[in-house]
Design a protein around this ligand. Structure first.
Ligand SMILES: Cc1ncc(COP(=O)(O)O)c(C=O)c1O
Length: 454
């Protein structure tokens, strides 16, 4: 795409920054230690600051701008909806809400045909868990250590990563287990088949010792995202489906990050031929242009609430502006073959390109992913697989990853950095040229990471 002409305006940028520093309280941050970039605008796969610097966004925001920034058709649909009916309470049937639900339900696998709308991913997870508990009459929920499910009370408790620790007291009945991850196998496995079989045995053992009749749900990200983009080995998710059926446990797949094209299919579950009982979504459903998430519900669980009220709701459930953005986004994704593009870019550009980088850079321990959903696991030493920085490192201990990130930015790439990993997660409609531009910037930044290998 033609690069946007940037008119630098450092004074305006300084004012934005000053008001931010004075009044905005940022997520996940020590407020006095952060230095947020003041962003002047964004279009497609790029954004730019007030000083004339333009960045190729290899993060898709927080992995949600699946059709890039400012898609004119989606912007127009939001404007049109604002002129028609900006908002309306959730108890009413509204054309654009009905249409968004229909379009989503038509794309979700199996009989996930009813949609409960939320404002984002964490609320979707909260409500999926509530539905599972009410449906089964049980309380416990099993989740994976290497996972992220959101930052509200139950969702953060279900989360495996260290952002949970400060809020670990919030929700009763959460039990964590190890999901498969062959590169850093919790089961000392050496093949995918071994990893899958042992992970399933571990899950079944966990269930036996927790008491099957106490477990309402198992929640898994179909492909765990923030935790490292670990594609599950063949047979694993089908095995979890079987275990859930055996014990009457509700199977929840969290597709907040992996859904809506990111893996090169509408939903990642399609790669594994599994249909969960509940599926959470958000982010890519409307590229995050207006906050929206939801739970896709199967017929059996939906029927639980046919005669009995569902005890949950949100003022903005199915907000017309958010739904209009979803309808337009799904239309754009169909018309412009965005899902197919994500698959093709993964197979022909990002996959081969990242593997080629791994051959030349000793800091790359493993390349994994699919579609526009890739992780580079950076290591100090390929033989020992010791991570480039320790788990949850901060300050000086995190210096190698900070240096990598700074080098990427210097080369015009905004990288996704989490612990010892960088994720290549551009928009699903990223062009071949943009993806190659990203690979070239990663190449330069990895040379900096290489300096920290031993
Ligand atoms: C898999 C997954 N679930 C849930 C969430 C939480 O979504 P939100 O931040 O919209 O609440 C995220 C956010 O990154 C996610 O990746």
């Amino acid at each position: 795409m033609t690069p946007h002409v940037i008119e630098p305006d450092p004074q305006a940028g300084a004012a934005v920054k000053a008001a931010d520093r004075a009044h905005v309280f940022h997520s996940w941050s020590a407020q006095g230690l952060i230095d947020p970039l003041a962003v002047a605008g964004a279009e497609g796969s790029y954004f730019w600051d007030y000083d004339g610097n333009r960045y190729l966004d290899f993060t898709s925001g927080l992995v949600y701008t699946n059709i890039g920034y400012q898609h004119p058709k989606v912007v127009a649909a939001i404007q049109e909806q604002a002129g028609k009916l900006t908002t309306f309470a959730p108890a009413f049937a509204i054309d654009v809400r009905s249409e968004a639900a229909r379009l989503i339900a038509e794309r979700t696998p199996g009989d996930l045909d009813k949609i409960f709308f939320t404002n984002g991913g964490a609320e979707a997870v909260e409500n999926a868990v509530r539905m599972a508990r009410l449906h089964t009459g049980r309380t416990k929920v099993l989740s994976a250590y290497r996972s992220y499910h959101g930052a509200t009370s139950t969702a953060i408790n279900l989360t495996g990563d260290p952002r949970r620790w400060a809020s670990d007291n919030g929700s009763a009945g959460v039990v964590r287990f190890w999901a498969p991850f062959l590169y850093r196998s919790p089961f000392y496995a050496t093949t995918e088949a071994e990893e899958s079989a042992r992970a399933l045995q571990h899950l079944e053992d966990t269930i036996a010792f927790e008491g099957p009749a106490t477990i309402a749900a198992i929640i898994l990200e179909t492909v765990p995202g923030t935790a490292g983009i670990m594609t599950p080995p063949p047979g694993y998710l089908a095995g979890v489906r079987e275990i859930c059926d055996k014990y009457g446990i509700v199977f929840v797949l969290d597709e907040v990050m992996a859904g809506f094209g990111r893996t090169g299919k509408w939903f990642a579950a399609e790669h594994f031929d599994v249909v969960p009982d509940l599926m959470t979504f958000a982010k890519g459903v409307n590229s995050g242009y207006v906050p929206l998430g939801g739970v896709a519900i199967n017929a059996e669980i939906a029927a639980t609430f046919d005669k009995r009220p569902y005890p949950g709701g949100l003022t903005y459930s199915g907000h017309p502006l958010a739904c209009a953005a979803a309808v337009a986004t799904i239309q754009v994704m169909e018309d412009e073959k965005v899902v197919e593009n994500a698959a093709r870019i993964g197979e022909t550009v990002l996959g081969p390109g990242l593997r080629e980088l791994a051959e030349r850079h000793p800091s790359v321990g493993e390349v994994r992913g699919m579609g526009v959903f890739w992780a580079l696991d950076l290591v100090k030493n390929r033989e020992t697989r010791e991570p480039l920085v320790p788990y949850n490192a901060a300050g000086e201990a995190n210096a190698p990853m900070a240096a990598f990130g700074a080098a990427a930015k210097k080369n015009g790439l905004w990288p996704f950095v989490n612990m010892n990993r960088t994720h290549a997660v551009p928009a699903c409609n990223v062009s071949e040229a943009e993806a190659k531009e990203g690979l070239a910037a990663l190449d330069a930044a990895l040379a900096v990471a290489d300096e920290h290998t031993a």
